[in-house]
Ligand binder design. Structure first.
Ligand SMILES: [Zn+2]
Length: 78
C-alpha cells in the first residue's frame, strides 16, 4: 500500500484513519495512524511522528508553490 507522503487521511479500503498509541515494548506510547476499519497488512499504517515530519515538507512545498503563483499573478496585473 502506498500511502503517499504526509498524514494518511484515508485507507485504500475507503475507511478514515484513526490515531492510536502503541503499547509494544519496542515502541511504547508511540502514536500511529491506522485504518479505522481493519488492522492488517493491506490497510493503512504509519507512525505519527514520521507522518508529521513528512507533512511539514508537503505543506512547505505547497506554500512555495502558492507564493510563486501569487508572484506570477501580481506580475501579470502590473
Ligand atoms: Zn483499510
Amino acid at each position: 500500500m502506498d500511502l503517499g507522503r504526509g498524514i494518511p487521511r484515508t485507507c485504500d479500503c475507503g475507511a478514515a484513519t484513526v490515531v492510536l498509541t502503541s503499547n509494544t515494548a519496542r515502541n511504547p506510547r508511540r502514536r500511529f495512524y491506522r485504518c479505522g476499519a481493519i488492522s492488517g497488512e493491506n490497510h493503512a499504517f504509519k507512525w505519527l511522528d514520521e507522518a508529521h515530519d513528512e507533512e511539514f515538507v508537503v505543506v512547505a512545498n505547497k506554500l512555495a508553490t502558492m507564493e510563486q503563483d501569487l508572484a506570477d499573478i501580481k506580475a501579470d496585473l502590473e
